[in-house]
Design a protein around this ligand. Structure first.
Ligand SMILES: [Zn+2]
Length: 215
């Protein structure tokens, strides 16, 4: 592996994170949520570093060597590999919330279609679904779970600014869609982030089904 680690990070710790990311990515790829090498996944390693998928790799075939270290500005650390173009969106989450340790981003068909459908509203308002309780802090189906839909751009600082503006307005944020693109969500550990991603995928399928049925 060409990854050189800072003295403060043990190989065992980095390998544990890399293996967890690769395993999750392989499983999510099996759902068809990471088409054509898209999507990216990361885990916090320490206060100043995260492990993240290297750009352009097939997410269904990831191994330890497909994961690299970045700092919290999204810059590569100890490797010539190129991190995902969207790395800044991951490190933004780690900078904003010290308790968050995993960020997942996928491009499923459902996420992509829902993002287009709800882009005009700028938000998907989820209410009345039992599965909202899978989201941290939501204890009842009666709560409203807002998933913002931000315009897509290839210029990451614009997206970072939109996410910052939402958070700075004091609105809760557990996930967001990017129009025509996919979803970002996160959790305190991999299990929580996976639960959030799977619940949101399910809820978006339900919302799309309701519209298909004109219900
Ligand atoms: Zn993406």
């Amino acid at each position: 592996m060409s990854q050189v680690l800072p003295a403060s990070i043990s190989a065992a710790l980095f390998h544990e994170r890399a293996d967890a990311i690769a395993a999750a990515a392989r499983e999510l790829a099996q759902h068809g949520w990471t088409p054509a090498t898209s999507s990216n996944f990361s885990m916090r390693v320490d206060a100043d570093h995260a492990a993240i998928t290297i750009s352009g790799r097939d997410k269904g075939k990831l191994g330890r060597d497909d994961i690299m270290l970045v700092d919290m500005d999204g810059k590569a650390v100890g490797t010539d590999s190129r991190p995902s173009a969207e790395t800044e969106l991951h490190t933004q989450v780690y900078r904003r919330w010290p308790e968050i340790n995993t960020v997942l981003h996928t491009h499923s068909r459902t996420q992509s279609v829902a993002s287009r459908l709800f882009a005009k509203d700028g938000v998907v308002k989820l209410q009345g679904w039992e599965l909202q309780k899978a989201i941290h802090g939501h204890t009842t189906h009666e709560s409203v779970l807002d998933i913002p839909v931000f315009p897509n751009t290839q210029h990451m600082p614009e997206l970072v600014a939109q996410v910052d503006a939402w958070i700075d307005a004091g609105k809760p944020l557990h996930a967001y869609l990017i129009n025509g693109h996919g979803i970002y969500t996160w959790g305190r550990d991999m299990a929580e982030a996976r639960r959030h991603l799977e619940a949101l995928e399910f809820l978006l399928v339900c919302e799309l089904d309701l519209r298909r049925l004109n219900a």
